[in-house]
Design a protein around this ligand. Structure first.
Ligand code: ADP
Length: 569
């Protein structure tokens, strides 16, 4: 190099021109450097190596790498050959914005440049406090896949220090630097994503093991199956309730388990299979509730629900609860009530008989006051008889002791009989009531137990009779709806307030108005009706605005009996 302080001349620069061999050696060194590049390489080291290899060849006084930082308003001084001002790890912001200065120009124009006289060049921004006086420069953009990541620049303290022949070396060094930066960025991205995913995976594992712990500790049995009905999960409670071993079941089709539970099992399987068919969302929503009776006599209540993601069926979850004890307690309660009611009947029959005999003056004359008292006793004994009968009925139904004698029953005929009975009662009690019967032309017979169905209709019409003032109207109608028969009993009585509607099927529940009217009743009628309708695989619903005069409609839907040719049973 020329001695210090002497103004360099063009001849000096020419004398210092790098030889072709030197260029090849640097290119070789750069290639070797490139071959050492790994995603995890120390990018600072690579940048400095590329800078210093090229700078030696160029005999430059200084070299820098500036990079574009997305989102930052200044270019980053990423690497520098200035030994006096060491850069912090990762570089430091420069004074140039992305479009400013020589680096800005290189990035914007994406082409290398040689500037022989920096002072005369508009792209050169000179700072007064700069400790080095640069006279000429050579530079190239750092480009990868058409993205410009920054610029590499070399400076000399002499004018025209760089020749076009050196441009390939500068560009090669710039390419190595760009590759190093690109790899580093890629590596950072992959590492970030991997650690993010690792974090997510850990969170998922934590959540899964929490859910697992919860599942294992709940008293309810849980069994999950996938879209193809294969068992994917069975908790400890399910193992215990169903007396099945999880290892033997996991991965096996759910039908193998369900198959052993008879009719309830079949309904369970049908529900599971129905959910896997494409269906409307509404159809998907319904859960199935059923009871299984296990071989050892235990009773298990099960609820099956589909697992849906939007409208996609992912599988089913079935929960089990051992309700044997509950059923047993209920049975004992019903049995107790049945025994007590039965025992009450005998003395009541006797009281009733003696009162009737007294009223008939069979044992001597009775005066008016005595007759009134005896009449009151008789009325109350009748009410008590009604209550005892209802109680007996309820307990028999609940303990499963009522067996239905199913046959095809003509509802219109039955409604006609009930109508006659109430017209008679209206006359007898001097409570005029208009009772009409409206029936569709072809109402098929229903599958029913004639006496029990009569009890249901009787009960509903009796309520209409009781809760409709004299001279009111009761309408009985029946019509066919597909494979079912609808029976409607409507009146224009006092109605049922909406707030009470959910409670009137409860045992012993009596509406406030009914109590005010002091109509005799037990509050058991509708509860019996509901259970009998259910036993007939029917449904019952009511409609009322709760406005006196607008009355109430009770609607019972029952399955029609199979048409002739098939068995009626
Ligand atoms: P009960 O008639 O013996 O009170 P139910 O179980 O038959 O008992 O009916 C329960 C309650 O439902 C009645 O107390 C009454 O408040 C109401 N209810 C039933 N049917 C009617 C009706 N047709 N009109 C008005 N209220 C009714």
């Amino acid at each position: 190099m020329a001695a210090a302080k002497r103004s360099p001349t063009a001849a000096d620069a020419a004398a210092a021109r790098p030889t072709i061999e030197a260029g090849q050696a640097v290119a070789q060194a750069l290639l070797e450097l490139g071959s050492q590049l790994r995603p995890s390489s120390d990018v600072e080291f690579f940048l400095r190596q590329a800078l210093s290899l090229a700078s030696q060849y160029l005999e430059a006084d200084h070299g820098v790498v500036l990079t574009v930082q997305p989102g930052d308003d200044k270019l980053l001084l990423r690497s520098s050959l200035d030994a006096q001002h060491k850069l912090p790890e990762g570089g430091r912001p420069s004074r140039f914005g992305p479009g400013e200065g020589l680096a800005g120009w290189l990035i914007a124009n994406q082409q290398p440049v040689i500037i022989d006289h920096l002072v005369q060049d508009a792209r050169w921004v000179r700072y007064e406090d700069a400790d080095q006086e640069h006279k000429s420069a050579i530079g190239a953009p750092l480009t990868v896949n058409q993205d410009t990541l920054g610029a590499m620049l070399f400076f000399s303290s002499t004018t025209s220090a760089f020749k076009p022949a050196s441009l390939p070396v500068v560009q090669a060094a710039a390419n190595q630097a760009a590759a190093a930066l690109y790899h580093a960025e890629l590596y950072r991205l992959i590492r970030d994503q991997a650690s993010q995913q690792g974090g997510l995976l850990r969170e998922q594992r934590v959540e899964a093991s929490k859910s697992n712990a919860i599942l294992e500790s709940v008293a309810e049995g849980v069994l999950a199956a996938d879209q193809r009905h294969r068992v994917t999960l069975l908790n400890a409670a399910a193992e215990q309730i169903l007396d099945l071993r999880r290892n033997e079941l996991l991965g096996r089709p759910i039908s193998e388990i369900i198959g052993i539970y008879g009719q309830a099992g079949e309904r369970w399987l049908r529900a599971v299979e129905a959910w896997s068919l494409p269906a409307s969302a509404d159809e998907h929503e319904a859960n199935l509730e059923a009871q299984l009776v296990l071989e050892d006599g235990r009773i298990v209540a099960l609820t099956v629900a589909p697992v849906l993601l939007d409208r996609d069926f992912l599988g089913t979850v079935t929960t089990f609860r051992d309700i044997t004890q509950q059923v047993e307690v209920d049975r004992l309660k019903s049995e107790f009530v049945a025994t007590v009611s039965h025992e009450l009947r005998t003395p009541m029959t006797s009281i009733k008989g003696y009162v009737e005999m007294l009223l008939m003056q069979a044992v001597g004359p009775v005066n008016d006051e005595q007759r009134r008292f005896l009449q009151t006793i008789k009325t109350n004994i009748d009410r008590l008889g009604g209550l005892v009968n209802d109680l007996l009925d309820i307990s028999r139904i609940e303990s499963g002791r009522v067996e239905l004698a199913i046959e095809p029953v003509n509802t219109v005929e039955l409604l006609g009989e009930v109508r006659e009975a109430f017209l008679r009662r209206a006359r007898l009690e001097s409570k005029p009531m208009n009772v009409e019967l409206v029936a569709g032309s072809q109402v098929p017979p229903v599958r029913a137990d004639r006496d029990r169905l009569r009890q249901v209709l009787n009960n509903l019409v009796e309520n209409s009779f009781n809760y409709t003032p004299a001279n009111g109207s009761i309408r009985l109608s029946a019509w066919a709806v597909e494979a079912r028969v609808m029976i409607e009993i409507s009146d224009n009585g006092i109605g049922i307030a909406p707030a009470e509607q959910s409670r009137i099927f409860e045992r012993f529940y009596r509406g406030e108005q009914a109590l005010n009217l002091s109509v005799g009743g037990t509050g058991l009628g509708l509860s019996i009706v509901e259970q009998l309708v259910d036993m007939h695989r029917g449904t019952i619903e009511l409609e009322s605005k709760g406005v006196p005069g607008q009355g109430t409609i009770f609607r019972v839907s029952l399955p029609a009996a199979p048409t002739q040719g098939k068995s009626a049973r």
